[in-house]
Design a protein around this ligand. Structure first.
Ligand SMILES: [Zn+2]
Ligand SMILES: [Zn+2]
Length: 399
């Protein structure tokens, strides 16, 4: 923050920073490859708009920075009681503004459009017009389009989400049809992402759907999720969870991780459990909670050939039992958590455990481990493109 004597002029109506102050920060930006954000406020309750005075001031600044930091983009942000506006310094190109953390608010979206029809009337009555319009402006990433992911797709499409990035390497198999929402018996052999995309388009004809029939453990695939607003982890592998939680903390994208287990022993169901957990700055990650098995992560990062050569990995895994009703319970909990984070539905839990045998639902709060290699500042938190993602590297990422 500038100090009082960093200004040449400062009043209710105007503010001008000293050239020496700007020059000092230009140096810091160049050295640390950081973008600068010039923030000022406007009076009043209206949503702020950049003024002519802002335009003129920014033009001078932008000219200066084009010479001092030619590789960097800097931003201007104006705040009022009525909201925010943000643009590239000295240009007309506006940016969306999103709050970071376990609450994910779209504070400003230059392209936000209202749906004038009554299509979402019953939701508008719950979330308000502003809430509904936030839902419709979000870009949601879903990884894993099987038992839980296909249900997440259904609910999000009906809620009004219009932009999806879908990732799943698999085709539909006969044994998936008992729990693959939106699937029909003829879908065997189709890509799971294609079945999900078809469902979205049936509900949202104008949806923007980007599908990747790829495995997210590949770095190249994971990178394609960097610009989503919220992630859903609907896979059942430790490797994909490890990659997604890194994305969540490194790029400050809340990721809701969904897991369900039905365990059977001697012909009897011994466990019905589910977990919906948000991974986001300030919240403990899966590594803090001891929920990731290093050996399993390693296995998932290997190719089939590498797995065969590894003497420490034994046997193939048996297919686990899976039932649509349990998946629906947990997915619905996750989607309500999402609604709480993006439109303020007052349901503050960010880590829920379901115990089907006792019909019990518990909200828990794990403490982040100090200096955790993932979720702390000593880890990958907020490192963005400044740090490589960990995962498999390959030329061909089709599978
Ligand atoms: Zn202004
Ligand atoms: Zn952690």
């Amino acid at each position: 923050m500038p100090a009082e004597d960093d200004y040449t002029r400062r009043s209710q109506l105007e503010a001008e920073l000293r050239p020496a102050f700007i020059a000092r920060w230009a140096k810091i930006a160049a050295r640390t490859k950081s973008s600068l954000v010039f923030v000022h406020s406007h009076p009043g309750r209206a949503a702020p708009e950049f003024s002519r005075i802002d335009d003129a001031g920014e033009e001078v600044l932008a000219h200066f920075f084009r010479h001092r930091t030619p590789d960097l983009q800097h931003l201007a942000l104006v705040v009022s009681d009525g909201g925010y506006a943000c643009r590239y310094l000295g240009s007309d190109r506006h940016l969306r503004l999103i709050a970071v953390g376990d609450d994910r608010r779209v504070l400003f979206d230059p392209s936000r459009s209202h749906d004038p029809s009554d299509l979402y009337d019953r939701q508008v009555r719950a979330f308000g017009r502003a809430g509904q319009s936030i839902l419709q402006s979000l870009r949601v990433g879903i990884v894993g389009l099987g038992g839980t992911g296909s249900l997440a797709v259904q609910q999000l499409a009906h809620l009004g989400v219009k932009e999806f990035v879908l990732v799943d390497p698999d085709d539909v198999e006969l044994t998936n049809l008992n729990r693959l929402a939106g699937s029909a018996s003829a879908d065997t052999g189709q890509a799971k992402v294609a079945v999900a995309e078809r469902y979205i388009r049936a509900v949202q004809p104008r949806a923007v759907v980007t599908s990747f029939q790829e495995n997210v453990v590949f770095v190249e695939t994971a990178k394609k999720l960097r610009d989503v607003d919220v992630l859903f982890c609907c896979t059942d592998s430790h490797g994909s969870r490890a990659v997604l939680q890194q994305l969540a903390y490194q790029y400050l994208i809340p990721c809701i991780d969904i897991g369900t287990v039905i365990a059977v022993k001697g012909g009897k169901i011994t466990h019905i459990t589910g977990r919906a957990q948000m991974l986001s700055p300030g919240l403990a990650c899966l590594t803090c909670g001891g929920l990731l098995d290093g050996n399993e992560v390693r296995r998932d990062m290997m190719s089939e050939a590498e797995r065969k050569q590894d003497p420490y990995l034994v046997g193939a895994r048996e297919p686990a039992p899976a039932v649509i009703s349990i998946n629906s319970t947990i997915t619905s909990l996750a989607i309500t958590m999402f609604l709480s984070a993006v439109v303020g539905v007052p349901s503050p839990a960010r880590h829920l455990l379901y115990d089907g045998l006792r019909s019990r639902l518990r909200s828990v709060k794990g403490e982040p481990v100090q200096d955790c290699i993932v979720c702390s500042r000593a880890g990958v938190l907020a490192r963005g493109d400044g740090l490589a993602l960990q995962g498999r590297l390959a030329q061909n990422v089709n599978r």
